[in-house]
Design a protein around this ligand. Structure first.
Ligand SMILES: Nc1nc(=O)c2c([nH]1)NC[C@@H]1CN(c3ccc(C(=O)N[C@@H](CCC(=O)O)C(=O)O)cc3)C=[N+]21
Length: 344
């Protein structure tokens, strides 16, 4: 059984080991209470006037990226430079900005990052040709097409052209199938980032009630699959609520861990949160470069623990992109995935 989810187990073991270490150095009063301490908010640590304990994603990402950097160095010593290719269509400023962040990160980690920029007038066939060229290039191990693409193009069709083993977003239909069947493959980045964030901060979800608000393909749906899997950092009782459930607050109010994955700014308000619950802000909408989170900031008065508005789930998403990329590179090089000790 373990072999079918080998990749996942490796990542989980690493995070689990880290969680053990951090648990010992953290004051007892700071331990989260995902079951909810009704009416015992005085036990929560104050953070600059906030009641809820903050759950930053930065340290989670750092931990993952340190591992990626070690594996990239080992692969490079073995004669293979890991490579994550990016494709951008059009001239959207925000998208160009995100691509630059990924390229800077790639350089820091010792990855090559070939880039193709297509004009906004590019056809579907132009986009497919660029993807096919990266598919066929053995020096490219990971590939992502920046979302969204201009309106006249079909992102899903482009995704299906991509080599599933190079899909660092973990969103190719084959990879969603692998996720559902617990076969090895790249995991969708934001869901995997949220599982890692919860594990890093010692927030158990096993046997607990997790409610996901939203069923989108990039977050809500894959996260609901991931957190219901049989694994120490998952094993949750997962409920998915969405626009088809008009009395959704009835469900979110029961959640020990509430994940906002709706992409509707401010939809989660304090009256939707069980006192003491853990609130994870996964969903965001971008208006230009402005980030509009699903979770209203005042939820920190009710929650026991909450991701910060900036530096929460976002950094873990980017770290998972690179974890998927280094795993793809190791596999392509014929090395066992996740072996930082390998030398040439
Ligand atoms: N093929 C593809 N894969 C993606 O993964 C992908 C994509 N397309 N298109 C755009 C979205 C957006 N995205 C972000 C990831 C991290 C942060 C992040 O780390 N944000 C910081 C800064 C927030 C701010 O802007 O103030 C934070 O959350 O703290 C933001 C945005 C990945 N995306």
């Amino acid at each position: 059984m373990a072999s079918t989810i080998g990749e996942l187990v490796v990542g989980v073991d690493r995070l689990g080991a880290h969680a053990e270490r951090t648990r010992m150095s953290r004051p007892a009063s700071n331990v989260p209470t995902p079951t909810g301490d009704h009416g015992e908010q005085g036990e929560h640590t104050e953070h600059g006037g906030r009641r809820a304990r903050l759950l930053p994603g930065g340290p989670v990402a750092e931990r993952i990226l340190a591992d990626v950097a070690a594996r990239a160095a080992a692969l490079t010593r073995a004669g293979v430079v890991p490579s994550l290719a990016t494709v951008l269509v059009g001239d959207d400023d925000a998208s160009a900005g995100y691509i630059r962040i990924k390229q800077r990160q790639a350089a820091e980690l010792g990855f090559a990052s070939p880039h193709e920029h297509l004009p906004a007038s590019a056809t579907q066939e132009d986009l497919h040709a660029v993807i096919s060229a990266f598919n066929d290039d053995p020096a490219v191990h990971g590939l992502l097409v920046q979302h969204p693409v201009p309106r006249h193009l079909d992102y899903d069709r482009a995704l299906q052209v991509m080599d599933p083993d190079k899909d660092v977003d973990g969103m190719h239909p084959l990879n969603i199938g692998r996720l559902a069947l617990e076969l090895p493959g790249p995991l969708p980045c934001t869901p995997a980032g949220i599982e890692a964030l919860l594990a890093f901060h010692d927030i158990p979800v096993a046997g607990r009630e997790v409610v996901v608000l939203g069923r989108g393909a990039t977050l809500g749906r894959p996260l609901s699959i991931l957190l219901a899997q049989k694994r120490p950092t998952a094993n949750a009782a997962v409920t998915v609520v969405h626009t088809g459930v008009s009395d959704w607050p009835r469900y979110t109010l029961r959640a020990d861990v509430l994940v906002a994955a709706a992409g509707v700014p401010g939809i989660i308000r304090p009256e939707h949160v069980k006192p003491g619950a853990v609130v994870i802000g996964g969903g965001v909408r971008y208006e230009g470069r402005r980030l509009l989170p699903d979770v209203d900031e005042s939820c920190d008065r009710v929650a026991g623990a909450i991701t910060p508005r900036v530096g929460g789930v976002g950094p873990t998403t980017v770290a998972m992109l690179f974890r998927n990329a280094i795993t793809a590179a190791e596999r392509a090089a014929g090395l066992p995935a996740g072996s930082p000790g390998v030398t040439g």
